[in-house]
Design a protein around this ligand. Sequence first.
Ligand code: HEC
Length: 112
Amino acid sequence: MTRMRTRWFVGGLVATVMWWSAAPFAASGDSTQIAKGQKAYAEKKCAMCHTINDKGGKSGGDLTKVGAVRDADWLKRFTKEPKSVMPNAKMPAFKGTEEELDAIVAYMASLK
Ligand code: HEC
């Protein structure tokens, strides 16, 4: 009887530790990427032309809910080279690293 209990205890402990170490890790991976994107969005002056939550310029339009209407793939193609998606786009192409671009896309996609 004691042996059974020990086994249950160890099994539960292992499962708990695995759950604990896995769950927050996945979540923080995402939120780190979004936070990076938010920073890049500020650094690249996107807010000169775009509004998010009533802050920023008006010429590019409101991105407060852009993640609800555009998927990550579209956002990446558009931000990287707007004219490849909209031939008449006025927005300047993104200038920065692929890493910054991915982070900005993660941030945009999170705006819902
Ligand atoms: C000089 C002004 C300007 C800047 C700076 C700018 N944009 Fe834009 N953006 C626009 C305009 C204008 C549009 C509307 C489409 C067009 O004519 O290009 C647009 C459209 C978009 C769209 C598409 C919205 C939709 O659903 O149709 C996204 C996403 C976007 N911009 C993201 C960004 C990001 C991210 C940055 C910073 C890296 C940025 N923009 C910087 C002017 C700008």
